[in-house]
Every structure is written in C-alpha cells, then in structure tokens.
Design a protein around this ligand. Structure first.
Ligand SMILES: [Zn+2]
Length: 466
C-alpha cells in the first residue's frame, strides 16, 4: 500500500493495531533468497545465465558483450568514444553518451544513452526488446519487471492440478527437468527457480478448489521465478519422472525414481459454503495485545466461531478460516476464500479501544495502478464493493437496533481488496471500555447474532450477486 493511503486511513479513525498489521504483510512480497545485487537472467536454447545490472543516470544497464557472448561469435573494438561490435555477421557502432546506433547500414536510436565505462559498452535494459531482435535476427521476450529475458522459444511450461482429495495431493508437470530450491514455511511451500526458464503462467494466481491446498501464486523478481503453494497444513514436495514431475502433499512422500507420471484424477467438488468467516491473526502472529493476558488472535477466533454458530442457526452454511491457532498470510486467506466462492466473506478483528463495532469495506486504489503481476489481485474486490457496502449497512442497522454502537468505514485493508465476493471486516471493541467484555459469551452472542441478522437481511443481495 502506498504511504499516502495509510495516511488517509489514519486520519479517518484510530486504527493503529490493524494498520501495523496491514503494513507488515507487505514486507513479504520480496522473493525468498533474492541476492541483494541486481541481475538479469537470460534463457536461450544455447545457455541460461545471469549478468549483473548496474545503474547509470537512474536507469538499469547491462554489458552488451557479456549479454551476446554466450549466443554467438562476438568481437569488440574501441576507438575513443566509438565502440564497435560484430555479432556473427552483423556490425554495430555505438557512441559513448549517445542514443544513436549504426546497425549494418541503418540508424537506430536507443531509449537512453549508450554508456562506455573502462572500454566496457553498456546498453539500457529498456533497449533490449527493440535492439536485440535486430542483432540476433529473431524474437525475444523480455519480462522487464522480473528482469528475465527469453530468447527464441526458450521456456519451461507447467501444469498444476489436484490429483487426489484424500489425502490432498497437487501434481505439477513441467515441460523439462527442473531443479528449484524448495523452502517450507508455515502455510506455504516456495519453489525458487534461479536457472530455469519457467514461463509465466496465464494467471499469477492459480486456484485449485481444494481447502487444504487452495492455491498457488507465481512471481518473478531479479531474474528469478517463484511458485508459492499455499497450504492449510504443512506441505511436502517430492520429485519424480526425471525431475519433470513435482508432487506436493500434506504427508512426506518417499522420493521415487519412477519414470511414469502420475495420472491426475478429475477434481472433486468441495462442499459449498454460503459464508466464510476469517479469524484474523493466529499462530506466531498474535495481533494486538488487548491487555497483558488477552491476545487479539484468541478473541477473533472466539467471535468467528460464534458467528458461524449464529449463521448456521439461520440456515447459512459457514466455514471458519483458521479454526485453530495457526499462521496464515493474507494472500493465503484471500486465495482460500476465492477458491471456495462463498456469497460473503467476513473478516474479524478486535481492538481494546472504542465502543461497539467498526465495520469496514474495501477502499480500492483510485485507478488501475501498475502493480506488475498483481494488478488484478489488488483490485479484485472492485466488482463487489457496492454489494459489500449494502451488506455493511444491513449489519450496522441490526447492531444499532440491539443498542450496539456501529460505524461504517472504508479502508485499504487487506485481504478485503483481494477477495472476489462480498467482503466486510468487523473490528469489535468492548462496551464501556471493559476489555473483559470481549471474552464474555453474552457480549459475543449479542454482537454476532446482530451481525448474522444483518447478513440474513442482505441474503437476497448476496445471492443475486453470485
Ligand atoms: Zn487485527
């Protein structure tokens, strides 16, 4: 979230505990194991390699000789400010600090000046898509944000599908052997591909319709690609089929030398839920310390379970995300919700100060800002925000009817922005500043039966929107 949006949020209302939580979640965006030096990775039929990237005049540059050397016959000669390069049978002439280049007999302009440093000629990365095809005589694909350059048809494609629901098993098939580094984390298995030309899948988020292995995401950064698979329980990877098949399951599998790929079975339909209730925080992430003894994560779980009970009593089937004490990232929560396709998502927070319930719906980025691969992810809520606000006001009305103060607000609060259904966050605070209210079954019941009434009142809106 850009800082200006945080400021807007702060000026609206005191919201510090949740704000800290929202900002914290953004630090996990960087790829695991990314080296601190910038680099570009090049993938071709002849070689895969990485080269250092340096900055000149605020732009990224790479040495042209190093870039071309593994691909063909390259010779270079330097004549004062003129740098001449021959690649196979093509002659090029660059001039220090100039954009004009001679290629064969014709002129070509770089998007930024050529840099000559210690007789080393460097071109801006932004010149790659237009300049390189003229030198190589064939197409290239450059993923500028992730600094990954594909020459010709280089690229390893993959498929991912659930092969069995019990126990859940995800099978990934790659078009060539791969050797990623595998990192197991709470709720996530990360595959980092440093030297393999993994091709960008059609969508940066893949969903599998399985609550245990709900989704995977794909991202590229600093020349590397990462596939990150979310799991409601710990996930284990095993390779087979000469490292072309990766099987991910919730139980450790023996490594096999099998040469036949597993035969994926059709995906079974999972049970359908009307509502998904998210008990925010959990595991190592305790949320706000409401007092010395009470952690927010325990309060949110108690309220979430109470809401499930109230909704089920009204005939609305409900799933609680994190029905226990475990860590889940915001991306995992949103991926699970989106895979389950409920009519409504309710996210529960708690705070020690205030009175009654603060209700939030998403405050979306004003326009489609560029967030690289995740542009859709950050504005996924957009088509649902109007119905989210209708539902929010239905809930507020029911709370007020029962003498529980309620305020309706908007905030750039994750994961609301990433959810593809009606989404409302509740921040529950005690009455009369008595923190023990939050643990009182009577108060939990009073709040959640009003919330459930509000959701039931919005039922036709919710069902119409599906
Ligand atoms: Zn919270």
């Amino acid at each position: 979230m850009p800082p200006e949006r945080s400021t807007r949020l702060l000026s609206r209302r005191r919201w510090l505990p949740v704000l800290a939580f929202v900002c914290f979640s953004f630090s996990s965006a960087l790829l695991l194991g990314t080296p601190d030096h910038p680099q570009i990775s090049v993938f071709s039929a002849l070689a895969n390699y990485s080269l250092p990237v340096t900055q000149h005049n605020g732009q990224d540059y790479v040495g042209l000789l190093e870039l071309l050397d593994p691909l063909g016959n390259v010779t270079v000669s330097v004549d004062r400010s003129h740098w001449k390069l021959r690649y196979n049978t093509t002659d090029l002439e660059f001039t220090a600090d100039k954009t004009r280049v001679k290629i064969g007999g014709s002129d070509f302009d770089l998007p930024a000046s050529f840099v000559l440093e210690n007789n080393r000629g460097m071109i801006p990365l932004s010149a790659i898509p237009s300049l390189l095809p003229r030198i190589l005589g064939g197409p290239v694909t450059f993923h500028a944000a992730g600094r990954r350059l594909f020459i010709g048809n280089a690229g390893i494609h993959f498929t991912a599908q659930i092969a069995s629901n019990n126990p859940p098993k995800l099978v990934m098939n790659f078009s060539s052997s791969v050797n990623p580094s595998v990192h197991q984390e709470a709720g996530k298995l990360r595959l980092l591909f440093e030297h393999e030309p993994i091709a960008e899948p059609g969508s940066s988020v893949l969903t599998f319709g399985n609550p245990t292995i709900p989704s995977a995401s794909y991202q590229e950064e600093n020349g590397m690609a990462e596939i990150s698979i979310t799991g409601a329980s710990p996930l284990f990877a095993s390779f087979s089929n000469e490292n072309r098949t990766l099987t991910i399951s919730t139980t450790p599998q023996p490594q096999t030398a099998s040469t036949t790929p597993p035969n994926p079975a059709p995906v079974a339909t999972s049970r359908h839920f009307f509502a998904v209730v998210d008990a925010s925080h959990g595991g190592n992430e305790r949320g706000a310390a409401l007092n010395d003894q009470i952690a927010e994560k325990d309060v949110t779980l108690a309220f979430a379970r109470r809401l499930r009970q109230e909704l089920e009593a009204r005939g609305l089937s409900t799933l609680v995300i994190r029905d226990g004490d475990m860590s889940l990232t915001l991306d995992q929560r949103a991926s699970m919700v989106n895979a389950l396709h409920p009519a409504i998502y309710i996210c529960v927070h708690a705070a020690s100060e205030g009175s009654g319930v603060r209700l939030y719906t998403a405050l979306l980025p004003a326009a489609a800002e560029s967030h690289g691969l995740f542009v859709d992810w950050n504005t996924a809520q957009a088509p649902f925000v109007a119905n989210s606000r209708i539902t929010e006001s239905n809930i507020a009305i029911q709370l007020q009817k029962n003498q529980i103060p309620a305020r309706s607000l908007q905030a750039a609060l994750r994961p609301l922005n990433n959810v593809t259904t009606v989404a409302v966050a509740l921040e529950i605070t005690p009455q009369q500043n008595d923190i023990h209210n939050l643990l009182s079954p009577a108060y939990q019941q009073a709040v959640m039966s009003s919330v459930a009434d509000g959701i039931a009142a919005a039922k036709s809106t919710l069902e119409g929107a599906r």
